[in-house]
Design a protein around this ligand. Structure first.
Ligand SMILES: Nc1ncnc2c1ncn2[C@@H]1O[C@H](COP(=O)(O)OP(=O)(O)OP(=O)(O)O)[C@@H](O)[C@H]1O
Length: 654
C-alpha cells in the first residue's frame, strides 16, 4: 500500500478529512516533493489546523500510529509508522524538515524568508507560513506594547505625578477592606502602561474598571481618541450597554472632590463597533482598509471579549494599531477559545497559571509602583522570580459581583473551572434554586422536562408577537432564554433539538411552521454580509411588518440599539436558533440557559465536551442554569482541558 492509499484509508476511517488528504497531495505536488514523510506531515498539519491549532508540534506526533488508524493489516501499519523511537521523534523530524526545500527555518538574523517557502519550522513546531506570520505579528506587537513605557518611567521620576494619580485612584476606588482591591490595581496598570490586559470571569468588574480608567485618562488628556470594539455584533452591543450602565453608576458617585470630573463623563464613548467594522471591510477583498501602512486613527483601543478573537484577526488588528497607541484587552481567559485558530488571550495569560491556580507575575519594580499607586501591599506571591514585561501589564479580577458567594451558578462555574469533581457533585446534589439537573433516561423523561423548560422560556416572546409588541420588545423577550448544545449534528445537537422544540411549540399552537419562513422563527447568521450589515452569529427574528401589510421581515438589533429589517429571501446563510452551539453563545448572556449534553458521549464528541465548554455555557446564565445530560458525562467533561497548540505563549513568556 502506498502512502496516498494509506491517507485514503485514514479518511475512510474518519481520522483524516478529504480536505486533509487533498491538501497534503496538492501541496506536495506543487512543491514537487513526493517523500512519504512530507506527505504524512502535511496531512497531520492540515488536521491540526482544522482542529483550530495554529501549528503542528512535532512532539504531538505518535511515531507508532501517526494517522491514528483504528484497524489495518500489519503491512499497512508498518508502512505508515515513523521508523524512530518516540523519544527521538521530534528531533529526527526536525532534522528531516531542516533539509527540505519547502521548509524555512528562521534564524536570529533572517526575519523574512526570501524564497517564500510554504512551511516554517520553529521551536519544533511546523507552521503554514501564513499562521507563523500571524503568530509573529501578535508576539512582536504585544512584546513591544508591554515594554515599560515612558508613562510609567515619568511616574517613577515625578513624586507629584505619582501622588496625584494615587489620589485620583483612591477617590474612584474607595475600599475599606484590608485585602487588595484588584480593580484598582488593574486601573493603575491601564493608566500607567501602553498595554493592559484585564482578565476575569463574568461580573468581576472589567467594564466598571475600564470606565473609571477612561474617566481618568480623559480628565488628564481631554483630546484622547478612544475606540471600543468586540469580536461580534452581539458582544459589541453588550459592551455598549455595559459602558452606559457603568457611566450611570459612576455619575452617582462623582460627588464631593470628584464632582469636578462630572464634565468628563459625557466624553466617554458609549458605542462599540465590531473589529471588522473598525478595520474597514472592503467587499470582495480579503485585506482590511486599515493595516500597518494605513493605521487606525486612535490613541486608545479597548477590545472586549478578547478570548473570542482568533489569531488571524488579532494579528490584523494589532498590525493596524498605531505604534504609540494604548491597548486594553478585556476578557475571560477560561472561556472557550475562538471559533477559528488560536487561543490568543489564553496564551497571553498563560504565564500566570501556576498549576490549577493563577498568580500575578509582577517584577519587584512594578509591584512597588502598584503598591504605592494603590496604597496596598502586593505580597511575594504576586511577584515573579523571572519577571517579564508582559507580566507587568496583566491583572486578573477574581471576585464576581454578579454571582453572590453562595449562589449556585457562581459556585458551579468555579468548581468546573477548577475541575473539582467532589465540589461539582455536591453542588448538583444540593438542589440550589438556580440550578436544575435533568438526567437522560430511557423513557425520555429528561427530554420531556427540557421541552417544558423551552415552553416556559419561549412563551413570553411568542405572546408578545400575538400582542403586536414592537420587534425590539419581542427580541428582548426572546433573548431571555436559550438552549445551548455542545455540538451541531445529531438528536442532541443543535439540529435535533431545534426540530424537537419547533414540534413542541407547534403542538401547543404557538408556532405555525407551515413554510420555510414563519412568524416567530429565530435565525442565526452563518457568514458575514457586509452589504446588508449582517455578521456571522447575528440573531434575528422573523416577524410580520405592520408597515408593509404584515409582510414577513427578519429583524435584527444593531450594536447601537437601532433595528435592521431584511427580507427573509435576502438573508445570507442562516440556521434556526431556538438552540445554538455553546461556541456561538460566547459574548451573549441570557436569564436562563438550558445546556444539552449527549447521553453517552463517544468518539470525537468526547473531545468536544471539555471544561471550557461547560464553563462558557454556565457563565452565559444570569439567573438559572438547567442541564440535560448524564452526570457521569458532565464530570468527565469537567476533567478534560483542551489546549490549542501554538507557539505564542513561548514567544511571549520565554
Ligand atoms: N467594586 C464593585 N463593587 C460593587 N459592585 C460592583 C463592583 N464592580 C462591579 N460591580 C457591579 O458588578 C456588575 C458587573 O460589573 P461589570 O459589568 O463591570 O463586570 P464585567 O466583568 O465587565 O462583566 P461581563 O464579563 O459580564 O461583561 C455590575 O452591576 C457592576 O455595577
Amino acid at each position: 500500500m502506498s502512502l496516498p492509499d494509506i491517507l485514503k484509508l485514514a479518511e475512510q476511517q474518519g481520522s483524516l478529512t478529504a480536505l486533509d488528504r487533498h491538501f497534503a497531495l496538492q501541496l506536495s505536488a506543487l512543491v514537487a516533493d513526493s517523500s512519504p514523510l512530507l506527505l504524512l506531515l502535511l496531512a497531520l498539519l492540515s488536521k491540526h489546523l482544522s482542529a483550530q491549532h495554529s501549528c503542528l508540534p512535532l512532539a504531538h506526533i505518535d511515531a507508532g500510529n501517526p494517522l491514528d488508524l483504528r484497524s489495518a493489516d500489519a503491512d499497512t501499519m508498518v508502512m505508515c509508522r515513523i521508523d524512530c523511537p518516540q523519544a527521538a521523534l521530534a528531533e529526527n523530524i526536525s532534522a528531516f524538515l531542516h533539509d527540505s526545500a519547502v521548509v524555512w527555518v528562521p534564524t536570529a538574523d533572517a526575519a523574512i524568508d526570501p524564497d517564500n517557502r510554504p512551511l516554517v519550522l520553529q521551536n519544533e513546531r511546523l507552521y503554514l507560513r501564513r499562521y507563523w506570520h500571524y503568530e509573529k505579528t501578535v508576539a512582536t506587537k504585544i512584546n513591544l506594547l508591554s515594554v515599560d513605557s515612558t508613562i510609567a518611567s515619568q511616574l517613577d521620576s515625578s513624586v507629584q505625578m505619582l501622588k496625584q494619580t494615587a489620589e485620583l485612584l483612591t477617590q474612584l476606588f474607595p475600599h475599606d477592606g484590608a485585602d487588595t482591591d484588584w480593580q484598582k490595581v488593574a486601573a493603575a496598570i491601564a493608566l500607567t502602561r501602553q498595554l493592559a490586559v484585564i482578565t476575569g470571569g463574568p461580573g468581576t468588574g472589567k467594564t466598571t474598571t475600564v470606565t473609571k480608567v477612561l474617566l481618568l485618562l480623559l480628565h488628564l488628556q481631554p483630546t484622547l481618541k478612544i475606540r471600543m470594539v468586540a469580536p461580534t455584533g452581539k458582544a459589541a452591543a453588550r459592551l455598549s450597554e455595559s459602558v452606559k450602565n457603568s457611566k450611570l453608576q459612576l455619575q452617582r458617585t462623582l460627588t464631593g472632590e470628584l464632582a469636578a470630573l462630572q464634565h468628563v463623563l459625557p466624553q466617554i464613548p458609549e458605542t462599540a463597533a465590531t473589529i471588522h467594522r473598525l478595520l474597514g471591510v472592503r467587499p470582495g477583498e480579503s485585506r482590511f482598509r486599515h493595516h500597518h501602512d494605513n493605521p487606525l486613527l486612535l490613541d486608545l483601543l479597548i477590545v472586549d471579549e478578547a478570548s473570542m478573537v482568533d489569531l488571524p484577526l488579532m494579528a490584523k488588528l494589532l498590525d493596524a494599531l498605531p505604534d504609540n497607541a494604548r491597548l486594553i484587552l478585556l476578557g475571560d481567559q477560561d472561556q472557550l477559545a475562538s471559533v477559528e485558530a488560536g487561543a490568543v488571550l489564553a496564551d497571553i495569560c498563560q504565564g500566570l497559571k501556576q498549576g490549577e491556580h493563577w498568580e500575578m507575575q509582577y517584577s519587584q519594580r512594578q509591584a512597588n509602583r502598584l503598591s504605592e499607586l494603590c496604597s496596598t501591599l502586593l505580597d511575594a506571591s504576586d511577584t515573579s522570580t523571572k519577571p517579564t514585561n508582559l507580566g507587568d501589564s496583566l491583572c486578573m479580577l477574581r471576585h464576581s459581583h454578579r454571582f453572590k458567594g453562595d449562589a449556585g451558578i457562581g459556585l458551579l462555574a468555579a468548581a468546573v473551572n477548577q475541575g473539582n469533581i467532589d465540589a461539582i457533585q455536591q453542588i448538583w446534589h444540593k438542589s440550589y434554586q438556580e440550578l436544575q439537573w435533568l438526567e437522560h433516561t430511557d423513557d425520555g423523561s429528561g427530554m420531556k422536562a427540557l421541552m417544558l423548560q423551552c415552553q416556559q422560556g419561549y412563551q413570553s416572546y411568542l405572546e408578545l408577537i400575538q400582542q403586536h409588541a414592537t420587534p425590539q420588545q419581542i427580541l428582548a423577550a426572546f433573548h431571555q432564554f436559550r438552549v445551548l448544545c455542545a455540538m451541531r449534528a445529531g438528536e442532541f445537537g443543535v439540529d435535533g433539538i431545534n426540530i424537537a422544540i419547533i414540534r413542541n411549540l407547534a403542538a401547543k399552537g404557538w408556532l405555525k411552521p407551515t413554510a420555510e419562513f414563519y412568524a416567530g422563527r429565530p435565525v442565526i447568521i452563518r457568514s458575514n454580509d457586509y452589504n446588508l450589515g449582517l455578521f456571522n452569529g447575528d440573531i434575528g427574528l422573523i416577524l410580520p411588518d405592520p408597515a408593509q401589510n404584515n409582510r414577513l421581515m427578519t429583524w435584527f438589533e444593531r450594536a447601537d440599539g437601532s433595528m435592521l429589517k431584511v427580507l427573509p429571501a435576502r438573508l445570507p446563510g442562516h440556521d434556526t436558533c431556538f438552540a445554538m452551539t455553546v461556541h456561538k453563545s460566547q459574548g451573549s448572556e441570557f436569564n436562563t440557559v438550558a445546556l444539552v449534553l449527549p447521553p453517552k458521549p463517544h468518539g470525537p464528541q468526547q473531545q468536544l465536551l471539555c471544561r471550557e465548554l461547560l464553563y462558557t455555557a454556565i457563565t452565559r446564565a444570569r439567573n438559572q442554569f438547567v442541564c440535560l445530560g448524564s452526570l457521569r458525562g458532565f464530570l468527565a467533561a469537567s476533567s478534560r482541558l483542551t489546549r490549542r497548540a501554538s507557539g505564542l505563549a513561548q514567544r511571549l513568556w520565554h
